[in-house]
Design a protein around this ligand. Sequence first.
Ligand code: CAA
Length: 257
Amino acid sequence: MTYETLLVETRGRVGLVTLNRPQALNALNSTVMRELAAALKAFDADKEIGAVVLAGSEKAFAAGADIKEMQTLDFVDSYLGDFIGGWDQVAAARKPLIAAVSGYALGGGCELAMMCDFIIASETAKFGQPEITLGVIPGMGGSQRLTRAVGKAKAMDLVLTGRMMDAAEAERAGLVSRVVAPEKLLEEVLTAAEKIASFSLPAVMMAKEAVSRSLELTLAEGLRFERRLFHSLFATEDQKEGMAAFVAKRKPEFKHR
Ligand code: CAA
């Protein structure tokens, strides 16, 4: 499949999707989001892929939803068409999805990064929810996922003032898992993705599911959910292989990779 707004490639067992609308700092229009959903769905269905990386350009991961596309929308059109509703499909990807963020991740760009399982940022990254400066509020999860990631105080600060936060502040706040030099970003993210893709895929996908559910369940329900998944992995050949390899002091050869 060819894409108008994305570059899609594979690096070994890793799928790499790069947003490619440089003239608009990767602003997210309906074409980008439709193509992104299709690319992630294809990687989810591809047995040769164990993890996916989502990247932007050096200057911008994505500068938000496309303001030029949405400026003339009215309430009835946006409500009846459920504008933005379908973009949550990114968060529905079942395989691990890592965001490689360099430069601007603003508005929908920050929200898109937060739909990924974790974010590795370059020192140049700038995160923010500037929707308030446009007379609106975040619409792709900024008020919800950001608050869960960084807590109420910082989320309120960012959403109400529209200010940007740099990579160091984002790491301190828990929004990003690592910050690296700009020239090392892609290498660092691909290495993490390759590592994930080398493990047993059912275990990886269940680990993702368990951590993701922790944001939605009570502790008691979450612990029960985790234990059910943990028990179920004892039905896999990869559990036997992983533990036998440990005991025999050799590298495991996972079957479901
Ligand atoms: N939508 C559409 N076009 C955008 C865009 C966006 N979100 N962000 C940047 N662009 C376009 C600019 O219009 C410009 O295009 P032209 O050359 O045709 O004028 C091009 O990208 C380059 O941008 P700038 O000249 O502005 O670049 P800069 O380096 O001076 O500034 C910036 C960079 C600070 C990121 C600035 O572009 C900016 O503030 N962008 C908008 C950020 C924003 O408000 N994002 C939130 C959008 S609303 C949203 O996302 C809603 C939601 O929750 C779903």
